[in-house]
Design a protein around this ligand. Structure first.
Ligand code: RP5
Length: 158
């Protein structure tokens, strides 16, 4: 079962250290489900070459999907999607004066052929990015699937 391996299945990428509080919500969900992940700080605007190297090698390094969080003119998730065929999930971070509306529209409006699964702005989006990753991994991992089913059954009792 892949869920028993320690090598990262999910790549988390933030555009700046200042996005850490948001991505911690995603990490919390992945930790709850014991999903191994790695966290990187990379920027589409400030470190474009490093970002290209990261994204183009991600699948060969064993990652199964990438979650990217950025604020403002949030090119990060789309730039990653341009370099890989792995699923890319984007989290709009409310870090600018526009409070995440800018990042939401940037991440959501990707051109056909290079999709990014855009989550909600901020903490809810960050948590759902973790759950969306879990639903993707559930497709071929029975342990993760059962844990997620159990979690969703518990939601009904809240
Ligand atoms: C974006 O600009 C980052 O994702 C962050 O949300 C925002 C501010 O970055 P810093 O100026 O704090 O590095 O690129």
């Amino acid at each position: 079962m892949t869920s028993l391996s320690n090598s990262p299945l999910v790549g988390l990428v933030i555009g700046s250290r200042s996005d850490e509080a948001i991505i911690q919500q995603t990490e919390s969900v992945l930790n709850d489900f014991k999903i191994p992940y790695e966290l990187s700080v990379l920027s589409a605007h400030r470190t474009p070459k490093k970002l290209a190297e990261y994204a183009s090698s991600a699948q060969n390094r064993g990652l199964e999907l990438i979650i990217a969080a950025a604020g403002g003119s949030a090119a990060l998730p789309g730039a990653i999607a341009a370099w890989t065929t792995l699923p890319v999930i984007g989290i709009p971070v409310p870090s600018s004066d526009l409070k995440g509306i800018d990042a939401l529209l940037t991440i959501a409006q990707m051109p056909p052929g290079v999709p990014v699964a855009c989550m909600a702005v901020g903490l809810w989006g960050a948590r759902n990015a973790g759950f969306f990753a879990i639903s993707i991994l559930s497709l071929h991992d029975e342990t993760i699937k059962k844990a997620y089913e159990s979690y969703k059954n518990d939601l009904a009792n809240r």
